[in-house]
Design a protein. Structure first.
Length: 41
C-alpha cells in the first residue's frame, strides 16, 4: 500500500502541487514552469 501512495505523490509536481499553475498575489494565475501546466512531473 505504501508503495502505491509514494508513486502517486512523486507523479505530482512538487512546485504547484499538481494544479499546473500558481495563484498570483495581485490576481490571476501563472502556468507552472516546472511541469508546463500539466501538474505532473
Amino acid at each position: 500500500m505504501t508503495r502505491v501512495k509514494k508513486e502517486v505523490v512523486t507523479k505530482t509536481c512538487p512546485y504547484c502541487k499538481g494544479e499546473g499553475y500558481f495563484q498570483l498575489r495581485l490576481g490571476g494565475s501563472e502556468t507552472c514552469n516546472c511541469c508546463n501546466g500539466s501538474g505532473k512531473k
